[in-house]
Design a protein. Structure first.
Length: 310
């Protein structure tokens, strides 16, 4: 019965999309059964996930016609976190924009999974504008939450949304991290002056994300700062800088890159040699027979030459 009802909604004629679907007396009685409602709601949500655009509107109309949103609101008031999380996911999937004010406060809920579902639901409902919850959250955005939010945003048309400059100055370090990812992914070059100070952050992971942002931008003007901070950086961040050089360094920077090869870390040498090869491949031949080319460096250069030719 659930499958039939959902199919009838999906395959309605375009002109009938807003018209109520005929509900049998037996179906009306079954709606009073909690297990039947759960099954029907699950079928509607599965169908909604798999159908995009205007074709999914009849499913939303059926959901509202049956009054199922009232049960989602009841679940929101449940003392059990998993029921709250399921209700938030349901509200987001069914595009219930009128419930935004009721779910917004859950974006800063004490339970990690509840606030994660609330944040994703808000993005589903309001896209980039929904990121306003970053203004108020006090809990940390986990790496997984950030991945989920970025994935949700990737499904939406990119807009020149505002607020990143403020989030880059947040006292919540995870908001700063997420903002650096937004600035890099969406090529927000005008935020250069807000990103650059994070190269001096006390937190290694924030410095790393700032380096990655500059790499994505291919920001040549940041070379002097990357050279400046390179010696004092941790090895993971030095590796990130070395990879960034491949995208933002120029021929004038090659002598300086060669000096950085004076390191005991072979992987770092390999990254630097790859950067040099990317900028000026001919420089490898000279470097290969220079005084600093010991057995290890010579082997790395031969390997990178093979990669480039291969």
């Amino acid at each position: 019965m659930c499958d039939l009802l959902v199919r009838n909604a999906i395959f309605r004629e375009p002109g009938q999309a807003d018209e109520p679907i005929r509900i049998t007396l037996r179906m009306q009685k079954l709606l009073g059964n909690r297990n039947f409602r759960k099954l029907l709601t699950r079928q509607l949500l599965i169908a909604r996930k798999n159908i995009l655009g205007l074709s999914s509107l009849p499913l939303k109309h059926l959901y509202l016609q049956l009054g199922l949103e009232q049960y989602a609101l009841k679940q929101l008031k449940s003392p059990h976190w998993h029921r709250k999380a399921m209700a938030l996911q349901e509200i987001g999937l069914m595009d219930l924009k009128n419930l935004l004010t009721k779910i917004y406060r859950y974006s800063n809920h004490k339970n990690e999974l509840v606030r994660a579902e609330a944040q994703v639901a808000i993005i589903k409902l309001y896209g980039f504008e929904g990121l306003r919850f970053l203004d108020v959250i006090s809990y940390q955005l986990t790496a997984w939450q950030q991945i989920k939010l970025l994935n949700e945003l990737s499904l939406l048309p990119a807009k020149n949304f505002s607020g990143i400059d403020k989030w880059l100055q947040s006292t919540n370090s995870s908001v700063v991290m997420f903002s650096l990812k937004l600035a890099g992914n969406y090529r927000r070059f005008e935020l250069y002056s807000y990103v650059l100070p994070h190269l001096e952050s006390a937190q290694e992971n924030i410095r790393l994300e700032a380096i990655n942002c500059l790499r994505k931008w291919e920001a040549e003007e940041s070379m002097q700062y990357l050279f400046m901070f390179f010696p004092q950086e941790t090895l993971p961040n030095q590796l990130a800088i070395a990879r960034a050089f491949q995208f933002i360094a120029g021929q004038d920077d090659v002598p300086h890159l060669i000096k950085l090869l004076d390191t005991p870390h072979n992987e770092l040498k390999r990254c630097l040699v790859r950067s040099i090869a990317q900028i000026e491949f001919a420089a490898l031949e000279t470097l290969k027979y220079s005084e600093m080319a010991d057995e290890v460096l010579f082997s790395i250069i031969k390997q990178v030459e093979g990669e480039k030719r291969g």
